[in-house]
Design a protein around this ligand. Structure first.
Ligand SMILES: Cc1ncc(COP(=O)(O)O)c(C=O)c1O
Length: 441
């Protein structure tokens, strides 16, 4: 019963000359709230508490004065800063559409809905990734198929993907683990041949590229994470979904419950629509984001090039140290065609040469105060697949490289703006640990 077509504005805030506008029902943000945010974002340094208290008092006084001559923030959700961020992201990615959502996992959900994924359909994901890569398909009763990984990068192995495609395969999800590009050309060839949707898990990969194309824009969809541990963050949580497909036209409605301010039903202010997918219609979720998150992310995007350059420099230093040590296998660092984001450093050892495995290396590193990143275990190790009825032992047998690498040869090191002392300490700690292992200590 859709009626009139009207401009797509949010009626709640577009109250024109009303003397009691809708936005009056929301409490304004006051100076005390701002001061609390400042305290949270800029906490006192140990040993500087007195200086901090004095500066904070001064800053609070200035904020109170500022408040006396400022208006209130107005719309806090889905407004101009989010529009600006999406424009900025689309430009950087050279993508037609970018949608700012609560996190990458929400982006995956929306992409799978556009792909028309149904219970019983199959989705191929790499054996080694974060759990979120497979969560949405599992949640609707689609079947997860784990592909083995390429031992050089721990990214999805396209040859194993080819072996595991069946007539029920609807989506392939390559993951650019640690920001190093998965080999997309063979995956896209398979996708074209079998009419399969490719959703790139580009959680670590905003700003990286593969053969001239930005990571996350090579497949049909790509989703990036701006969770607090990523290279850049939208103040804790956030994600962007990108596409060049026609589905991008429905992005805004796919994020916010299908509410369509541009259409009205009789005697009401808007319409609510289901959205067309590759097969049938779907009911959109609510993955709306805040203006404050968008402001935070735009600021950080402004610093992205420098952030990636610093991480690259750190990775290059580690490679130069490790390449001199037999038994340590430095990761590929990219070249003119392959440009990673250096989110994580993939440290590998050859257990035959070192005489011991990555489990011992991890223990030795943590004893030296190096925090390795433990969460990229093969997905068949977690209880969830077994609890959902998968034969995880049988799956493990189909992923020999993932099993071998997890048990024996890889870990991740953090990579960020280390000072030269920290970086040297990190390299020394790895080399000393490996030397001890070689000596059987
Ligand atoms: C490989 C990978 N995919 C997906 C995600 C999920 O991102 P988000 O927390 O934004 O949903 C992460 C987060 O760490 C990740 O590491």
């Amino acid at each position: 019963m859709a009626k009139k077509k009207k401009a797509a504005v949010d009626f709640r805030y577009d109250t024109g000359p009303a003397r009691v506008p809708w936005s009056a029902v929301g409490e304004p943000v006051l100076e005390d709230d701002v001061i609390e945010l400042v305290k949270f974002l800029l906490p006192p340094l140990a040993g500087k508490k007195r200086a901090y208290e004095a500066q904070l008092k001064r800053a609070a006084g200035e904020i109170t004065k500022l408040r006396a001559c400022s208006g209130t923030a107005g719309k806090l959700s889905l407004s101009k800063n989010i529009e600006a961020l999406e424009k900025q992201a689309a430009k950087i990615l050279r993508a037609k559409y970018a949608l700012f959502v609560t996190n990458a996992t929400a982006g995956f959900e929306i992409a799978h809905k556009f792909a028309g994924l149904k219970p019983g359909d199959e989705v191929i994901v790499p054996a080694i990734t974060f759990i979120s890569t497979m969560t949405y398909p599992l949640s609707i009763g689609a079947k997860i198929v784990l592909a083995d990984v390429d031992p050089r990068t721990i990214n999805i192995d396209p040859e194993d993907v080819a072996r595991k495609i069946t007539p029920r395969t609807k989506v392939i999800v390559p993951v650019h683990v640690g920001g190093y590009p998965a080999d997309m050309d063979p995956i896209m060839r398979l996708a074209r041949k079998h009419d399969i949707v490719v959703l790139e898990d580009a959680a670590h990969a905003f700003g990286g590229s593969y053969k001239g194309k930005m990571l996350g824009t090579i497949g049909h969809f790509g989703a990036y994470s701006f969770h607090e541990v990523k290279n850049i963050t939208s103040l804790g949580e956030g994600g962007i979904l990108a596409t060049n497909t026609r589905f991008g036209k429905d992005f805004a409605r796919s994020r916010f419950l299908g509410i369509d301010m541009g259409r009205q039903v009789k005697n009401w202010l808007y319409d609510v629509v289901a959205l067309p997918s590759r097969s049938g219609y779907f009911a959109p979720p609510n993955h709306s984001t805040t203006e404050i998150q968008a402001i935070g992310l735009m600021q950080q995007i402004g610093r992205l090039k420098g952030i990636i350059a610093k991480r690259k420099k750190a990775a290059t230093y580690l490679n130069s140290r490790f390449s001199k040590v037999p038994g340590i296998i430095p990761p590929p660092l990219g070249d003119a065609k392959i440009k990673p984001t250096y989110h994580l450093y993939l440290l590998q050892i050859d257990p035959e040469i070192v005489g011991d495995d990555a489990k011992t290396l991890k223990k030795k590193l943590s004893a030296r105060g190096i925090v390795n990143i433990p969460h990229y275990a093969p997905l068949y190790k977690f209880s969830i697949l077994r609890q959902l009825g998968y034969d995880t032992k049988a799956i493990e047998k189909t992923c020999p490289a993932a099993e071998e690498m997890f048990q024996r040869s890889f870990t991740h090191l953090p990579l960020y703006d280390f000072d030269s002392e920290q970086l040297k300490y990190l390299a020394d700690a790895v080399i000393d640990s490996v030397n001890e292992m070689k000596a059987g200590k």
